[in-house]
Design a protein around this ligand. Sequence first.
Ligand code: ADP
Length: 535
Amino acid sequence: MQGTMMDFPLTLAHVLGRAGQLFGATEIVSRLPDKSLHRQRYADFHRRAKALGAALQKLGLKKGDRVATLMWNHYAHLEAYFGIPCAGGVLHTLNLRLHPDDIAYIANHAGDRFLIVDDVLLPLLEKFSAQVKFERVIVVPLTGAAVPQGCDDYEQLLAAAPAFVQPALDENDAAGMCYTSGTTGKPKGVVYTHRSIVLHALATATVDVLGLSNRDSLCPVVPMFHVNAWGLPFSAAMTGAKLAFPGPHLDAVNLLDLCQDERVTLSAGVPTIWMGMLQALQKEPKRWKLQNNLRMVCGGAAAPESMIRAFDQFGMRVIHGWGMTETSPLGAINFIKRELEGLSPDEEYAVRAKQGVPPPFVELRTMSENGEAPWDGKAMGELQVRGPWVAAGYHELPSETDQWTKDGWFRTGDIAILDQHGYMKIADRIKDLVKSGGEWISSVDLENALVAHPAVLEAAVIAAPHPKWDERPLAVVVLKPGQSATAEALREHLAPLFAKFWLPDAVLFADAIPKTSTGKMLKATLREQYQNYFT
Ligand code: ADP
């Protein structure tokens, strides 16, 4: 029997139309390079995104053509987020923190035809322009400086655009693409569809995920070149929530000012951002007046329990989530389920420090050598995931099939534990796990315990080769400015929390921990540095 429902494609054209028609008065605020605030409304965004689409069509954009962006988080990037896919193109966000040679490799591999670039990023473009062949380079004049010869001026292009004609879109048409940041090897492209983005936005907005409402004011700190700023710009347009973009100013003071002045109710970013914000708040606890219960989505790396507790003291709520470029990224989100009501505060914090439960339509499992691992809160296994916004392959890498199982699950490369209530906890990346004498040690657990020590700012635990045990944990610790602690004191701090064989054999001190383009600890570099420490 056939259903009797309309065949109505799930596309971004609907989301853009809805934002313009229903939420035209909602504000979009962007911090510009000179730190002033640019303000426009959803009505302007709706008009200008369509003008961008029409301008690109006039330049010859065809269905499926890739349009790259090299931009910070701001109003024009939001226009590109919708203007490009609604015109049938594919939004390809380039990561401006990568090495210029890597950006060139990615733009060439993706086959990008056009580029939209912030004027303040032209010096970066200069570094790889000889290696790429964009047909047109469209410059967004954020500073008001003249656009260089040979480039198009974004504002002039929009002003001269013909009327937008909406092409027919299928929900399975490509709408966006993003390359993995290469923490674990060569960057690989993931292509999102209209359908995957729309379903992801819808799930993100539900109450037990981020609970987004028209009354919210969102500040996406996570870059729009990092997995679509976790989909927040799409969810915001769908709900008509206010947006407050930080532009290039991601330091704690500018972010706190923006959150205060624009009455931000929800923000999102990696732990490094929140650790910086916490330090600023602790230094000047009375300086900012923030919205009560400001929600801070924290993902990309594990949120330490000590950080979740510390923000609670300021009436701010860290929401832990897990995801990957390949999962759009929402794969798990933390909320306290009804069946857990009545936990003691300590028990509740332990649950909140887990990465959470999958949202609707995402399924998780952990696989050990003996098949699916039990949901018992103890067994570790490789985390696998499936769902309508999980990648089924990489762009033009047909031989890269190892990351999918024969029965259709994506192998994340993370080692996780599922508990009886369905909460997932990341123990490690497979490569970072310490394998000592046949037992697994979670470097993430040790790191989180180390940063809970009052003198510790950051900690990385790595596996160092060991003649007797194969590998032993080695901790590299950065102390807070003006604080001191000995290696012995830190081992004593860990001792009551872990089995004896988990304790790092060495605790070393460093000035900084190397980071990736997305702010994650670059453990591969540390592993190389300390590979002969125990041998
Ligand atoms: P890359 O794979 O290049 O680092 P992604 O941004 O796709 O780029 O990173 C996804 C990975 O980040 C996950 O596989 C996981 O290892 C890690 N990750 C994401 N969120 C969390 C989290 N909340 N806790 C621990 N690790 C996380």
